[in-house]
Design a protein around this ligand. Sequence first.
Ligand SMILES: C[S@@+](CC[C@H](N)C(=O)[O-])C[C@H]1O[C@@H](n2cnc3c(N)ncnc32)[C@H](O)[C@@H]1O
Length: 205
Amino acid sequence: MGREKQPVEGSRAGARQPERFNPAKAVALDDESRFAYLPPKDALELLSPGQGALVVDFGTGTGAYALALGRLRSDLKIAALDEQKEMLEKLKDKLKRRPQPNVVPVLSGTVEARGLAGQAAGVLALNVLHELGDEALRSLMSLLAPGGRAVFIDWNAAVERPVGPPKDHVYAPDEARRRLRNFGFRLLRRRLFAYHYAFVCAGPR
Ligand SMILES: C[S@@+](CC[C@H](N)C(=O)[O-])C[C@H]1O[C@@H](n2cnc3c(N)ncnc32)[C@H](O)[C@@H]1O
């Protein structure tokens, strides 16, 4: 069934692809073939969180990577944050079937979400930068603890891909870098995957 396109709300202004992620497509997020071209251990290496650190998976969706990171590092506390209750319900169902106490679903805008401000040693934004308006990007930045890093990994518009959104919905690495830099992020490192770019960033000084 088709979903009506939603108008660009003020809070989504600045996003390359301002429509909300369609939960009907959530099943694609749980396709583990993703882990072959974007291994969770590589995302973890880019985050390099210290022992017992808090990591926020910003726009966790069904939590596929939050759960994988939590399995790789049981010492981490992972806040799996999403703006859509419907997506978090899917993660909660998984957690009921297979408990993983170090992964906690958090809905944006709640007291729990506000309590994350300034606390995260690492923020992972996976396949989500193209959906983030300026307001959301500001709120992502505000999660970082002093010395924390934000890792943006997203579909690369500059390569041919058999998977992922159309090119005009996502950024080429140069465009993403410009947006992050103009926003005040300091770029520490970059990496290219087969279908994704990655930027490791610190917040402003
Ligand atoms: C394409 S999905 C990616 C999910 C997950 N990162 C993954 O790769 O498996 C994008 C997710 O980000 C969420 N999202 C988009 N904008 C958001 C925002 N401003 N705050 C929190 N979640 C957001 C959407 O609801 C959706 O679940």
